[in-house]
Design a protein around this ligand. Sequence first.
Ligand SMILES: Nc1ncnc2c1ncn2[C@@H]1O[C@H](COP(=O)(O)OP(=O)(O)OP(=O)(O)O)[C@@H](O)[C@H]1O
Ligand SMILES: [Mg+2]
Length: 418
Amino acid sequence: MIGAVAHRPSGTDASSRTRGAPGRPDDRRILAPGVVIDGATKRFGAKTALDDVSLTIEPGSFLVLLGPSGSGKTTLLRCLAGIERLSAGRIAIGDRLVADGERHHVAPERRDLSMVFQDYALWPHLTAEQNIAFAIARLRLPKSEAARRSRELLGRVGLAGLGERFPNELSGGEQQRVSLARALAAGTGLLLFDEPLSNLDAGLREGLRVEIATLAREAAATSIYITHDQAEAFALADRIGVLHGGRLVQLGTPEDVYLRPVSAFVAQFTGLAGALRASTEGPTGPNQVRVRLDAVDAHAVAVAPAARDAAAGTPGRLMLRHAAVRLAPPSESGIVARIADTAFRGRGYDHAVELPWGDRLVGIHDERRWSRGDTVCLSLDPAACFFFPDDPPPHGAESRSAAVSPAPDRPWPGPQAS
Ligand SMILES: Nc1ncnc2c1ncn2[C@@H]1O[C@H](COP(=O)(O)OP(=O)(O)OP(=O)(O)O)[C@@H](O)[C@H]1O
Ligand SMILES: [Mg+2]
């Protein structure tokens, strides 16, 4: 499969153009289109893989779509790229309507975008430099300029001198760098990434993540990046969209999603020390409730986006971010627990603690090392505790939350020949 599905469009909207960043290796203009997705739905037989997804992506911004396996991430990216046809809904890239239900579908190579795949998708019979040159060829640059640009890009992804190697002579990390260079070489304003780091080991992942973040922003491109790794999402995104069962359930900045998850699912999926059974006692602020733990005579205050008006005694779960829990010596007040595990993390220690009734909390950081078997007291920071009642919201309530911005109510561009 060709990684870069790109060409220069014949007609473009001047208002969606962003000038290339100063210091770019050439002075060509980069097109950074906004993307509008409205009611995107994709069915495979009886299976609805994407369910009425609407969102707007600002030109030049970096959106990460985060969700568990099977939540529809790849399906959404493939619909954006034009590899899949929508069953219903619309997609506009810049000023072009590229998909309108099953009626209208612009082919991938006419959408002016590039894709970086999880499995690199390099041409095995072409060298690294030829793989990049292949994408550049579509720009119809003079040969010498194409070669110069190929080498320049290889240098920028840290592969200077390796241009003559074939993909099977490169490591996974090096192949993914070639794939990144190829996507940038195509000069498209829209970059799509499908879990590009998930086949790489932890050390390489962090290095390449920084390069993707830097190079995509230097190129002034609009980027859409999918992952199931919440740490990667928080590190990369201007905005994060969380997918669950084919629906977009929250859209916001990393801080929004971390500090104000709209549902128990989002809280759980974006990282918790653990969850404790509890029930409400009453409101303590506009968005806060006091809860009583079921297992022990202890109370906590928590952010409660879905339980503001809940009657006292409503059962649910108190969900704790790692940063919510502080460890203290047993003489102080708080919930008594026992240290079950201690892991050295360089900048301090992560602890697992066991509560007397059997629940476990993990990933609790402290600069000090507590020993296995130590008795400690836990204190909880209300800003990083969330209470969600047990009763699930009616179907779709998550995605109707104010945190999800719908596609704007504006005139849509007319269809273009596909
Ligand atoms: N061609 C297809 N035919 C039938 N079902 C499909 C097809 N493609 C995807 N699906 C189903 O649609 C759902 C969403 O799949 P998708 O590949 O988009 O998930 P994902 O979020 O990318 O998951 P992962 O993290 O595992 O890559 C899954 O239940 C999957 O089985
Ligand atoms: Mg996928």
